[in-house]
Design a protein around this ligand. Structure first.
Ligand SMILES: Cc1ncc(COP(=O)(O)O)c(C=O)c1O
Length: 386
């Protein structure tokens, strides 16, 4: 078969590779999966059932139902502190993932440089697919994995077009506070950069921290594409609903292409999303309370291991412990732990060079499994030290 060469630079996701290893091992405890272990709250499921009976079984509008876009606009005003016109500046997408993909498709051209944070979520394939060059800016562990705006400034060249910001961050759990985000916003304006602000974990923040959206800064809405999702906040990863707010030209491009691509986001999933955004928000607080207990359990458990250290995650449901004292690469260590100790974590090097020596552990799992998982890591670490 003579396939087009376009997709050749795209690699299989390292996370999937790890999961296929884990799937072959009976009794494995998988602490790699980045999704809530909770069920979607009942009132959201009920809304979806009702939507089916109400006839939401036909093609939806390509950019999302109008009432959902209005509800999103209200939410952005209320929680993210910026305005977006529901008719022209909001698009309902197949998760935040589609927003990342479409942004690269609409913005990145051959030779464009795109600034990404290392370690950080894997945006490399999408950037490379459209001929872009990812430029890594370090988020040093000694700086609590927080990116330094001056390092971003130093990475800007006349080829830089886009910068991708993800706070709270996968895999480190680090957050960028308001003043630092303000500095990043200023340098985006000074250098005429576009920003993709990927915010799937906006609600999963601890210790009274507040999530800040970069689009809420003066002069940023006109250069920012903000990606949000129902996946993490409402335990809705399988429903595949997210949304984006951006200047009209980008939303128009997304809508135009959506018609040719998949027509729209599944109607019934959109009705569930509307219920989630307009219904009682207590479910988020309840999940957050449980994530917090697990976060403390994992932080305590990992730091008690000889040769292992772990920063306290400020947001998300990921811990990013440092195993570098053991002297193995993160892939070798992850393979060893899954094959010998039956506990699956994600190798940190998947998230960039600066992730080497670390593993990502998701604490979106029940406390018993977390305790058993940490016990298995302990046995593995001790066996390596012998
Ligand atoms: C940083 C980041 N961006 C985007 C996504 C994609 O989320 P969604 O389920 O909304 O497509 C994820 C999911 O893990 C993520 O961690």
């Amino acid at each position: 078969m003579r396939l087009a060469s376009r997709n050749r630079g795209v690699e299989w996701s390292g996370i999937r590779v790890m999961f296929s290893l884990a799937d072959e091992i009976p009794g494995v405890i998988n602490l790699g999966i980045g999704q809530p272990d909770f069920d979607t709250p009942e009132f959201i499921r009920e809304a979806a059932k009702k939507a089916l009976d109400d006839g939401f079984t036909r093609y939806p509008p390509a950019k999302g139902f109008q009432d959902l876009r209005w509800a999103i606009s209200e939410k952005l005003k209320r929680e993210n502190h910026f305005a977006a016109d529901p008719e022209t500046e909001i698009f309902v997408a197949v998760g935040a993932m589609q927003v990342v993909f479409n942004t690269c498709l609409h913005v990145v051209e051959t030779g464009d440089e795109v600034i990404v944070v290392d370690p950080g979520y894997d945006y490399y394939s999408q950037i490379r697919l459209f001929g872009g060059i990812p430029v890594r800016v370090p988020a040093e562990e000694r700086n609590k994995f927080k990116v330094n705006p001056e390092d971003i400034r130093a990475a800007v060249t006349d080829k830089t077009k886009l910068m991708i910001i993800n706070t709270p961050a996968n895999p480190t759990g680090a957050m960028i506070d308001g003043p630092k985000l303000g500095e990043i916003a200023a340098l985006a304006r000074e250098n005429d950069l576009m920003v993709l602000s990927d915010e799937p974990y906006e609600h999963i923040v601890f210790d009274g921290n507040h999530h800040v959206s970069i689009a809420s800064f003066e002069g940023m809405r006109e250069r920012t594409i903000s990606a949000f999702t129902l996946s993490k906040s409402y335990a809705m990863t399988g429903w595949r609903v997210g949304y984006v707010t951006a200047p009209r030209v980008i939303i128009d491009e997304m809508e135009k292409l959506m018609e040719h691509m998949v027509s729209g986001v599944t109607a019934v999933a959109q009705r569930a999303a509307l219920a989630a955004l307009t219904g009682p928000q207590g479910c988020i607080q309840e999940m957050l309370r449980q994530y917090n207990q697990r976060r403390l359990l994992v932080h305590r458990g990992l730091n008690a291991l000889e040769g292992v250290s772990c920063l306290m995650p400020e947001g998300t449901f990921y811990a990013f412990p440092n195993f570098s004292k053991l002297g193995l690469t993160s892939w070798d260590l992850a393979k060893y732990l899954v094959q010998e100790q039956k506990v699956a974590l994600i190798p940190g090097s998947i998230f960039g060079e600066k992730g080497e020596g670390h593993l990502r552990l998701s604490f979106a799992a029940d406390p018993e499994r977390l305790e058993e998982g940490i016990e298995r890591i302990r046995k593995g670490v001790e066996a390596l030290a012998e």
